[in-house]
Design a protein around this ligand. Structure first.
Ligand code: MEV
Length: 286
């Protein structure tokens, strides 16, 4: 029997823009997914297409048990965390000798296949290695870890990443002269953020700007707007949608002494709040 875990992630800047070759900044966060795999002679019972694909890809049979602290389909990268941890647990249980890099690559291949091509390697990279990354067109640059205090608000409105990516593509097709400068502005925000990663107050303003631009791209949601406004009103440095939008989660960058107050404000605004911080470990054997 082998148990491995992998963390979730938030996009600090650049979601959707990364789909168009722009850079994005994402980081691994504390809540984890735990996956236990046991060798069996009969086929496992697939709980998700991601798990199914992991066994298929590695050509083995086994049973699997998932224990997740991450809400699924909320934009926190739970499918990537499940995929990465399942691959690692299979690799360990069956002694396949795959490296961490091979697991990250394979996880991205599986995400892309299950999501019908609509995936960037952001989630699988961040979940495998932990820490914070600048992601651009299949390249990754590890960034110095920061002691951010984050409050995530889950709108509990379901969304589909694939559908939101398609929605942006449609809008861009209809309004190219407007959407292209918007994507360029998101890129400018990410690049500016790179020079101010240790200045949460400055980053907060950039997050507010990035949020407004995501709204322009049509991936907002009334619940997310309410949560973002509630976080700002209770003292967050800044707040924005994180992930695909249209539901799912927002993230606020908070002063340490105000994170509980911000979380409370999100809960009374009918969101589920999660106080979290950077995970630096990534994939881990339990
Ligand atoms: C989803 O978490 C973020 C998107 O940029 C898609 C992706 O990067 O795979 C919308």
């Amino acid at each position: 029997m082998a148990t491995w875990s992998a963390p979730g992630k938030v996009f600090l800047f650049g979601e959707h823009a990364v789909v168009y070759g722009k850079p994005g900044i994402a980081l691994a966060i504390r809540p984890r997914v735990y996956v236990t795999v046991r060798k069996t002679s009969h086929a496992h019972h697939a709980k998700s297409p991601y798990i199914d694909q992991c066994f298929k890809e590695l050509n083995v049979k086994g049973s699997v048990y998932i224990n997740s602290q991450l809400p699924s389909s909320s934009g926190l990268g739970s499918s990537a965390a499940v995929t990465v941890a399942t691959l690692a647990a299979i690799n360990d249980e069956f002694g396949l000798g795959k490296t961490r890099d091979q697991i990250a690559e394979l996880a991205f291949k599986i995400e892309k296949r299950v999501q019908k091509g609509r995936a960037s390697p952001t989630d699988t990279t961040v979940s495998t290695y932990g820490g914070m990354f600048l992601i651009k067109e299949g390249t990754r640059k590890r960034l110095a870890p920061q002691n951010y205090h984050l409050v995530v608000g889950n709108s509990q409105a379901t969304h589909s990443t694939a559908r939101m990516v398609e929605k942006v593509a449609d809008l861009k097709g209809k309004y190219p002269t407007i959407c292209e400068p918007v994507l360029n502005a998101i890129e400018a925000i990410t690049l500016d953020a790179m020079k101010h990663l240790d200045e949460p107050q400055y980053l907060g303003r950039l997050m507010d700007m990035n949020h407004a631009l995501l709204d322009v791209l049509g991936v907002g949601h009334p619940h997310l707007s309410r949560l973002v406004l509630a976080a700002r009103a209770t003292g967050a440095y800044g707040a924005k949608i994180t992930g695909a939008g249209g539901g799912g989660c927002m993230v606020a960058l908070a002063p340490k002494n105000l994170k509980a107050r911000i979380a409370g404000a999100l809960e009374v605004t009918e969101g589920r709040a999660l106080i979290t911080c950077l995970d630096t470990e990534g994939l881990r054997k339990e």
